[in-house]
Design a protein around this ligand. Structure first.
Ligand code: MRU
Length: 360
C-alpha cells in the first residue's frame, strides 16, 4: 500500500525533525531534546503546518516534563509552547489533551505518559489524514465525469503546503492527491508560491518526490487560471475551523476562494477534526498571527538571504486569513464531509450532515 514519508522520526525516546527552513535546497534532520528546543522549532517554522505543530507541541511538553514535572512546571511548559503560534488550534488542542491526561498523575510518571500520548496523537493524525485522502478521492471521482466528459486530466489548485510535511504523514489537502495519483488518475496540480514564506515550494518538492505532475505559479496568477478554465477545483488545508464553518488558513486562501466562487469552481478544505475549534463561534474570533516583517523584507533562497527592503521599511505580515463558510464548498474531515456553503452538490458522496452546525 502506498504511504508517504513523515517530517519527524523517533529513535527510542529521541525526536528528530526535518528542518523545513532549509527545504527545498537541503534535507537536514535536527534533534529536539528539550521543551525549549521544541518551542523554538515551532516558532521559527523548522516545523510548521497545523497538525505537525500539534504533534511537536505534545512531544515538547513531554520533554519539558522530563526536566521538571510539578504543577507549576507543567503550567509553564504549556504556556511557553502554546505561545509560539496562535492560529493553528492543533497546538492548543494537543497541549490541552496531554496536560489533562498527565495532571492527575504523580510528577514522576508524567513525562512518560505525555510521551505515550504524543505517540497516540501521531498515530491518530496519520489515520485521519489517510481517511481524508480517501474521501477527497471520492470527491474527485464524483466531479470528474461531470466536468471532463471525455475523462481528461483533472486540474487541481492548492495553496501553501498541506502535505505530509505539514502533518505527521499523508498531509490533508495533498492526501487525496497522493491516493489519486497512486490509483492512476490523470491529474495535475497548480501550486501557488505562497509569499512570503513560500510554502508552495515545499508542496512542489513533495509532489516532485511522489512524481505528481504540477506547476508552480505566482500567487497572483491564480484568478486568471481559474477564469481560463484551467482549474477544476481548489483544495487547501486549514489551521482552524470555527463552529460556523469559517476557515483560517494561510494568507491568500480567501482570495482563491473568492476567485473560485466567481468562476463557479468547487473550493474544498481538508482538515482533521483536531483542527476544528468547537469553542470558536466564527472566524472573527480566530487570532491571526502577525509574523516578523523581515519575512517580507528579506527573501530566502538557494543563494542564502537577499534583502529587498530596508530594515525600517514599514510592512504588515498577517500569516493567515479567514475564508467565510459560505465560500467553502466542502470541508473534508476524517469524520465525513461537511458542506458549509449549503446544499450537497449532485453526485458527491453522502457527508456527515450540515446546516451551519458541526458533524459528529
Ligand atoms: O504558517 P504555516 O506554514 O504553518 O501554515 C500552514 C498552513 O496554512 C497550511 O495550509 C495549514 O496548516 C494546513 S496544514 C495541513
Amino acid at each position: 500500500m502506498y504511504d508517504t514519508p513523515s517530517p519527524l522520526r523517533l529513535d527510542g525516546d529521541r525526536l528528530f525533525i526535518l528542518d523545513q527552513t532549509l527545504l527545498p535546497f537541503a534535507e537536514q534532520e535536527v534533534a529536539l531534546e528539550t521543551g525549549a528546543q521544541a518551542a523554538r522549532a515551532i516558532a521559527t517554522m523548522q516545523v510548521r503546518g497545523a497538525p505537525l505543530i500539534g504533534a511537536i507541541g505534545a512531544f515538547g511538553l513531554a520533554m519539558a516534563l522530563r526536566d521538571a514535572a510539578d504543577d507549576a512546571a507543567l503550567d509553564e511548559a504549556v504556556r511557553a509552547l502554546g505561545a509560539t503560534r496562535p492560529t493553528a488550534v492543533n497546538l492548543a488542542w494537543a497541549l490541552h489533551r496531554v496536560a489533562t491526561l498527565v495532571r492527575p498523575l504523580p510528577p514522576a510518571a508524567r513525562a512518560a505518559a505525555a510521551w505515550r500520548e504524543a505517540l497516540a496523537i501521531c498515530d491518530e493524525d496519520r489515520a485521519a489524514n489517510r481517511r481524508i485522502g480517501e474521501l477527497t478521492l471520492e470527491l474527485m471521482q464524483a466531479i470528474t465525469p461531470r466536468i471532463k466528459p471525455q475523462s481528461g486530466r483533472l486540474n487541481l489548485m492548492t495553496h501553501c503546503n498541506a502535505g505530509w510535511l505539514a502533518t505527521t504523514g499523508w498531509g490533508t489537502a495533498l492526501a487525496g492527491i497522493y491516493l489519486a495519483h497512486a490509483a492512476g488518475i490523470d491529474l495535475h496540480v497548480w501550486v501557488s508560491e505562497t509569499r512570503p514564506r513560500n510554502q508552495g515550494l515545499l508542496t512542489a518538492w513533495e509532489l516532485a518526490g511522489a512524481g505528481v505532475p504540477h506547476t508552480v505559479i505566482a500567487d497572483n496568477a491564480a484568478g486568471q487560471l481559474m477564469r481560463e478554465g484551467q482549474v477544476d477545483a481548489v483544495i487547501i488545508g486549514a489551521d482552524r475551523v470555527a463552529a460556523n464553518g469559517d476557515v483560517a488558513n494561510k494568507v491568500g486562501s480567501y482570495l482563491k476562494a473568492l476567485a473560485a466562487r466567481d468562476s463557479g469552481l468547487p473550493f474544498w478544505v481538508a482538515a482533521p477534526w483536531s483542527t476544528v475549534d468547537e469553542g470558536c463561534a466564527g472566524g472573527a474570533s480566530i487570532p491571526i498571527e502577525a509574523r516578523d516583517g523581515d519575512e517580507l523584507r528579506v527573501v530566502r533562497g538557494a543563494a542564502g538571504r537577499v534583502r529587498q527592503l530596508g530594515p525600517d521599511s514599514p510592512v504588515a505580515n498577517p500569516a493567515f486569513d479567514i475564508t467565510p463558510a459560505h465560500l467553502v464548498t466542502a470541508l473534508i474531515t476524517e469524520r465525513g464531509i461537511v458542506y458549509p456553503a449549503g446544499g450537497m452538490p449532485e453526485g458527491v458522496p453522502e457527508g456527515v450532515h450540515f446546516a451551519g452546525t458541526r458533524a459528529e
